[in-house]
Design a binder for this molecule. Structure first.
Ligand code: HEM
Length: 216
C-alpha cells in the first residue's frame, strides 16, 4: 500500500483504509457477539436475571417497540456480563505494535527499533481471578472502559476508537435476543472459545451447538 502524503490526498489510499476498518470492525464485533451468546448459553442460570433486566428496560423506555439509545445505560447486568465475557475470551497474545526506537525497560530488557512486539495478554488477566463472575463489573457499567488489566480494546494512544460503538451494538443485539429467546448449549456444558495458536476464535473453530427456544 502506498504511503500517505497529507498534501496530496489519494482517494484509492483512503478507500483502502476505510475498507480495512469496515472489515475489521464488523469481524471483531461479530466475534464478540458470538462469544457473548456462547457464554450465556453455557450459563443458563443467569438467563432469568438478565431477561428481567431487559424486560424492565423495554417496558420503561420503549416507544412503539423501539428503545432509545439512553436505555443502554440501564442495562447494568448485561453490560457487566458482556465485559466479563470479553475479559475472558481474548487471545493469549496480541495487540502487535511496531517499535519505533530502541527501548529499554526498567528491568533492563531491551527491544531494538523495528521489532514487532506482542503483549502476553493472558498474563495480564491473571491480575484478577480467571473464574467467570458475570456481575463483577456492575460498578463500571461501561463494558468498553479501558483499564490496565482489561486489554480487549488495547490501551494507550492506539486504543480502539470503535469500542463504544462495538459495545453498544452488542448490547442492543443481546437485549433483543434475550427478550425473544431462551438459549442453552446442546451439550448443557460450558463451551469455551477454542484456541488456534495464540488466537481464540469462537466462529471458525467452535463446533458447539446452541439451542434457541422462542419465548411465548
Ligand atoms: C468488539 C469489537 C472490537 C474489538 C475487540 C476491537 C479491538 C481493537 C484492538 C485490540 C485494537 C488495537 C489497539 C491498540 O493497538 O492498542 C483496535 C484498534 C482499532 N479499532 Fe477496534 N475493536 C473492535 C471494534 C471496532 C469497531 C466497531 C471499529 C470502528 C467502527 C474499530 C476501529 C478500530 C480502529 C480504527 C483501530 C486503530 C486505532 C489506532 O491504531 O490508532 N474497532 N481495535
Amino acid at each position: 500500500m502506498e504511503e500517505h502524503d497529507p498534501n496530496n490526498i489519494s482517494c484509492p489510499y483512503l478507500l483502502d483504509r476505510i475498507y480495512l476498518i469496515i472489515f475489521a470492525s464488523i469481524h471483531t464485533t461479530a466475534i464478540a457477539i458470538t462469544n457473548v451468546i456462547l457464554s450465556l448459553a453455557s450459563r443458563p442460570e443467569y438467563m432469568q436475571e438478565l431477561y428481567e433486566e431487559q424486560l424492565k428496560v423495554h417496558k420503561e423506555t420503549n416507544v412503539n417497540g423501539i428503545i432509545p439509545f439512553e436505555a443502554l445505560s440501564d442495562m447494568k447486568k448485561l453490560d457487566s456480563f458482556i465485559r466479563e465475557t470479553l475479559r475472558l475470551s481474548v487471545n493469549v497474545a496480541g495487540i502487535d505494535h511496531l517499535v519505533k526506537k530502541d527501548y529499554t525497560f526498567s528491568n533492563g530488557l531491551q527491544i531494538p527499533k523495528n521489532c514487532i512486539t506482542s503483549i502476553y495478554i493472558d498474563d495480564v488477566y491473571r491480575d484478577e481471578p480467571k473464574s467467570f463472575e458475570p456481575f463483577r463489573h456492575l460498578d463500571i457499567n461501561i463494558a468498553s472502559k479501558v483499564t490496565k488489566n482489561f486489554l480487549t480494546f488495547g490501551n494507550g494512544k492506539h486504543t480502539c476508537p470503535g469500542r463504544q460503538l462495538a459495545v453498544n451494538n452488542i448490547k442492543f443485539f443481546m437485549h433483543n435476543v434475550i427478550l425473544k429467546y431462551n438459549f442453552r448449549t446442546v451439550s448443557s456444558k460450558i463451551e469455551e472459545s477454542r484456541g488456534t495458536g495464540f488466537t481464540a476464535l469462537p466462529v471458525e473453530t467452535s463446533t458447539a451447538g446452541v439451542i434457541f427456544e422462542k419465548r411465548v
